[in-house]
Design a protein around this ligand. Structure first.
Ligand code: NAG
Ligand code: NAG
Ligand code: NAG
Ligand code: NAG
Ligand code: NAG
Ligand code: NAG
Ligand code: NAG
Ligand code: NAG
Ligand code: NAG
Length: 315
């Protein structure tokens, strides 16, 4: 039995942020390494098409933290937002360092082949697939096992069986024509092995020939009650790529390996006064305002504004 390696559906490229020996104000290609004030960012572009973004992400010198540069390509009908050069960003939560980027595999099964490999690897250190993503696999008669990239540790497995019947749409993703594996932890990448258990079945489903795998936050595919999954949008993604929501990717500060070492280098420490620092599981760190109110921990007093707001709300 032959084994087929499925090519990635896209290429994701953020510029890697190499460690800086000196605490320069401007890093590689205009990336900032000190905490900017809101005023110093006043000249910066804040959107591309219908996607808004803010520091640490940005376009142009003085507008982004090293490693967080974006590109807006206006040559297409709808402007395309890209991480550094090639990857499409479909939405983002800037102050949490989160971007959404489509990760999907569109498998055309062929008779005689029953094992398929799907893999995705972060294009640069410091980029991880966030733990709240889920791998959804749509199609008939297969087993899937998901492994962490690098370590090879098993993350989970699931199976789909159709028993010769047509795939029901609109129901939960529960093993009939669809199955899912929650990631549960941040991953630097993954490898999924899919074994087709009835090659006749995947060939004979006239509605959706083949198998489709999508990585996305589970909340995007909830049903109307919000407590189960709903396969309608999943199935529509199969034929219409603009329904693919995108996987949540976490982008970490990488010019220092941890909060502790970053705090010993005041000039390049990214977390503003009033924000807290958290080590990332894949190395590097991120900054967080204390509550989930608006606030940007990467801008001077960016969390303080939130604090003032809170105080003002107290009668
Ligand atoms: C930051 O600057 C922008 C304009 O560049 C302004 O619209 C916004 O109100 C400012 N935010 C704060 C909190 O001062
Ligand atoms: C912008 O997009 C067009 C069309 O997809 C492509 O030909 C061009 O190379 C892109 N430009 C940049 C700078 O990526
Ligand atoms: C394999 O799929 C075909 C076509 O859907 C179906 O008729 C057959 O019963 C399936 N075989 C098994 C073992 O499920
Ligand atoms: C699933 O989604 C479709 C389309 O949004 C909707 O019409 C249907 O009611 C949903 N089903 C459930 C069980 O929520
Ligand atoms: C694909 O989906 C998008 C967004 O839901 C919609 O606007 C568009 O009309 C769809 N395209 C086709 C060909 O169905
Ligand atoms: C997946 O492949 C099928 C068959 O080649 C094609 O019709 C469909 O548009 C593809 N879907 C996406 C999202 O690329
Ligand atoms: C962060 O990582 C550093 C270096 O690995 C370690 O010494 C430190 O205890 C970690 N801090 C937290 C809060 O986990
Ligand atoms: C960092 O800043 C604090 C407070 O401003 C200061 O006490 C400390 O010495 C500084 N550390 C370094 C390594 O510059
Ligand atoms: C940080 O904020 C605290 C509380 O508002 C304030 O006392 C302190 O002076 C601030 N430190 C700096 C360096 O801005």
């Amino acid at each position: 039995m032959s084994k087929v390696l499925i090519a990635m559906s896209f290429v994701l490229m953020f510029s890697a942020a190499p460690p800086q020996a000196s605490a320069a104000v401007h890093g590689v290609a205009g990336g900032i390494l000190k905490i900017p004030s809101n005023d110093s960012l006043a000249h910066c572009i804040t959107g591309c098409g219908d996607i808004d973004f803010s520091y640490p992400f940005g376009i142009g010198p003085g507008c982004f933290r090293q490693g967080f540069d974006l590109t807006c390509n206006h040559s297409t009908k709808h402007p395309k937002l890209l991480g550094s050069s090639t990857v499409q960003i479909t939405r983002m939560y800037s102050s949490y360092g989160i971007v959404f980027s489509p990760i999907f595999f569109n498998l055309t099964t062929s008779p005689g082949t029953n094992t398929y490999d799907m893999s995705w690897e972060a294009p640069a250190k410091g980029i991880t697939i966030a733990s709240d993503n889920t791998l959804f696999v749509v199609g008939c008669d297969f087993d899937v096992t998901l492994f962490e990239y690098g370590t090879g540790d098993m993350v989970g497995s699931c199976m789909s069986r159709c028993a010769g019947e047509k795939v029901p749409t609109g129901g939960p993703c529960n093993g009939r024509g669809c199955c899912l594996i929650p990631l549960t932890r941040d991953l630097p990448g993954f490898r999924a092995e899919l074994v087709s258990t009835n090659t006749t079945a995947t060939q004979s489903d006239w509605l959706h020939p083949g198998i489709m795998a999508i990585v996305a936050p589970q909340y995007h595919y909830r049903d109307d009650d919000g407590d189960n999954t709903n396969t309608t949008t999943l199935f529509s993604s199969w034929t219409n790529a603009s329904n693919i929501y995108g996987a949540a990717l976490s982008i970490n500060i990488m010019d220092q390996p941890s909060c502790q070492s970053a705090q010993m280098n005041n000039a390049s420490y990214a977390c503003s006064n009033g924000s807290s620092c958290q080590n990332s599981s894949s190395g590097g760190y991120g900054c967080y305002c204390s509550s989930y109110e608006e606030g940007n921990p990467y801008i001077l007093d960016g969390c303080m504004q939130e604090l003032e707001l809170d105080v003002a709300l107290v009668p």
